[in-house]
Structures are given as C-alpha cells and as structure tokens.
Design a protein around this ligand. Structure first.
Ligand SMILES: Nc1ncnc2c1ncn2[C@@H]1O[C@H](COP(=O)(O)OP(=O)(O)O)[C@@H](O)[C@H]1O
Ligand SMILES: [Mg+2]
Length: 327
C-alpha cells in the first residue's frame, strides 16, 4: 500500500466574524503519498491558505477546526497535544510562506536563523548545525554558503532570501513540505527559478510536496496530481496530465482557460476570464458553489450535497454535470 504523508478527511475551518460564521474550508479531503507533489490551485479567497495553515497548526486561536481524519507522516494528529505537534512541525513537516522578508528576522544572521531549530530539536552542536546549514544553502543555490552564514538578511536579494527560507525549511530534513504561493512576492523572472528549484529538491530528497501556486506552467512541470479548490472545497482532483488535457469540472476548465500556460496558450491571445466571483462564505452554502458562474449549470446543481464522482483511486470530481463537460 502507498504510504501516505498526509491524509486529511472532511477538514472544516470556520472563523467567527461580526457578520456571522465564515465557513472558509468546508470539508476538504487531501491525501499526499510519499514522494508525491500535489499542487493546490484556485482563485484567491477559496481557502487554500487556511487549509495549509491548519495542517501546520498555525491557525489563529479563534478559528474552529474539525476533521474526520488528520494524519501526517504516519501519526494521528487528532489526538496529539500542542507540544507534540510543535515537535512534528519542527522536523517532519515544514512550511514555506509567501513573503520571505517577513519570515526572516532582520536582526539575526542567516547562520543563527538556520541553525537554531535543529540545535533545539535534534540537539545538534553548533558546528554540526552549521555544517548542515552550509549543505542546505548549497543545495538551494546560494554561492559560498560558509561565508554567508555570518551575513544578515538585508545582504541578500528577494530571490536569495526565498532560497534561504527554503534552506531553512529543509534544515530539519522534513518528509512533507508545504509551500503557500512561495514566489508571489518575487520578480517574475525569479519566480519560475524558485519553483523549479522546489521541484528539483522534491525529486532529490524524495519529499512529499504540497504546493499552492498560480503558476500553471510550473504545475504542469512538477505536479503529480492537481487539486482544484473552489469556495472551501476540492472541486476536482486529477493527475496533472489528465487535468490539463481534459478538465472535467467546469471550474477547472474555466481556470485553465483564464490563465496562460507557457507552451500551450498561443502568445498574445485573449484569455476568457470566468464571469462573476467566488461566493461569500458566511453561513451555509447549499448545492454547487460554482453554479452561479457556470455555463452549463441547471436545476440539479442546487441539490445538496453535490455528488462526488470518483475516478481512479483518490481522484474525483464534485459536479453533477461532469459528464457533459467537453475539453
Ligand atoms: N484570520 C482571518 N480572519 C477572517 N477571515 C479570514 C482569515 N483568514 C482567512 N479569512 C477568509 O477566509 C477565506 C479564505 O481565505 P484563504 O484561505 O486565505 O484563501 P486563499 O489562500 O485561497 O486565497 C477568505 O474569504 C478570507 O478573507
Ligand atoms: Mg492564500
């Protein structure tokens, strides 16, 4: 049987607001096998970041989280204490955030920031920890890594700082790496370099990778599977080649049509945007959340719950009309 590094069922995250309960994640299933790269895509506001932060246990205290299953690197986390979770996060699971500038402390040297965690979690000596930091900096493409340990973050470009954040995430030799739009804050030319680096590291180190990104070119290059998130649920999950060749959920189809895919979309062509916008997530949402924006929606789309059509193992589409979608 395939070893699962992440197995989450029916994850729900709700946030109390002054307008009522915001149901931002409304029953998400996410499974990532050992060595697998799953890309999570979807418009802004669909609950991708809250899903990722809940996996890391970094949600604000006032957020309400429930799930039917929550297993990570072979451990059941529904029964774990905060202290055990914190330990797991320092080692087996690591996360890379959107903005490297805010994640690095400007007053501490790179060496200090990279070594602190493993000296505490793994009881490494300073020189052992520094040796590992040099190894990781080298891996992520920082030249003269030994000499750079004594430098502060401001001595590095934005792209280099994100490389350092990746090195920092790798320090505990994680089995599962979560990256939430890790290149959004960077120049376009640097973005694909960083994403390509993540893909290479995943392959070299046999990591499981959950990558949230808008860059469908990179998704095409490094994903095994793609999960398309819409209004707090996974609308479709499919292997990357199948998803690009024949998206089955109307939302997936609209998303692929609206974003240029290098090498696929003809240069200079007009891209049709999906009309309308993501529905508000306060209160109950019944039936298909996409139906107001969907060209093929009908009366049956108001039925609740939306039927899930299972494809191959772990693959599914939540659309009553999936059979009618043409490529
Ligand atoms: N701390 C928070 N307080 C209130 N609302 C939040 C908070 N975090 C996220 N949200 C809301 O939850 C929804 C999902 O957010 P998010 O997970 O960040 O989406 P995505 O990453 O897909 O853009 C959005 O409507 C967002 O405004
Ligand atoms: Mg986000």
């Amino acid at each position: 049987m395939t070893e699962m590094m992440l197995d989450i069922r029916n994850l729900k995250v709700s946030i109390p607001t002054d307008r009522g309960l915001l149901n931002a994640v409304r029953g998400v299933d996410l499974q990532i096998a050992k060595g697998e790269t799953l890309c999570l895509v979807g418009e802004s506001g669909c609950g991708k970041s809250l899903t990722a932060t809940s996996i890391m246990g970094l949600l604000p205290r006032y957020a309400k989280v429930t799930s039917d299953r929550f297993e990570m690197v072979g451990q059941d986390l529904t029964t774990k204490t905060d202290a055990k979770l914190a330990k797991l996060r320092g080692r087996d699971v690591a996360m890379i955030f959107q903005d490297p500038t805010s994640a690095l402390n400007p007053t501490l040297t790179i060496g200090r920031q990279l070594t602190e965690g493993v000296m505490r979690h793994e009881k490494l000596s300073r020189s052992e920890a520094e040796a590992r930091a040099i190894e990781m900096l080298d891996r992520v493409g920082i030249a003269n890594p030994a000499a750079r340990l004594t430098q502060y973050p401001h001595g590095f470009s934005g792209g280099q700082r994100q490389r350092i954040m990746i090195a920092s995430a790798l320090m505990g030799r994680p089995k599962l790496l979560i990256a939430d739009e890790p290149t959004t804050a960077l120049d376009v030319t640097i973005q694909s370099q960083i994403l390509t680096l993540l893909g290479e590291l995943q392959a070299d180190l046999g990591l499981s990778l959950l990558l949230i990104t808008h860059d469908l070119g990179v998704v095409a290059a490094i994903a095994n599977d793609v999960a398309v998130m819409y209004a707090g649920r996974i609308a479709e999950r499919a292997p990357v080649a199948g998803l690009f060749a024949a998206p089955r959920h109307p939302y997936t189809k609209g998303l692929l049509a609206a974003i240029p895919v290098p090498g696929v979309t003809p240069r200079g062509s007009e891209l049709p945007a999906i009309p309308g916008r993501v529905p508000g997530l306060i209160g109950a949402l019944r039936g298909c959340a996409f139906r107001d924006r969907c060209a093929i929606a009908g009366a049956e789309c108001a039925h609740d719950p939306v039927p899930r059509i299972s494809a191959a193992q772990g693959q599914f589409i939540e659309c009553v009309k999936a059979g009618e979608v043409t490529a």
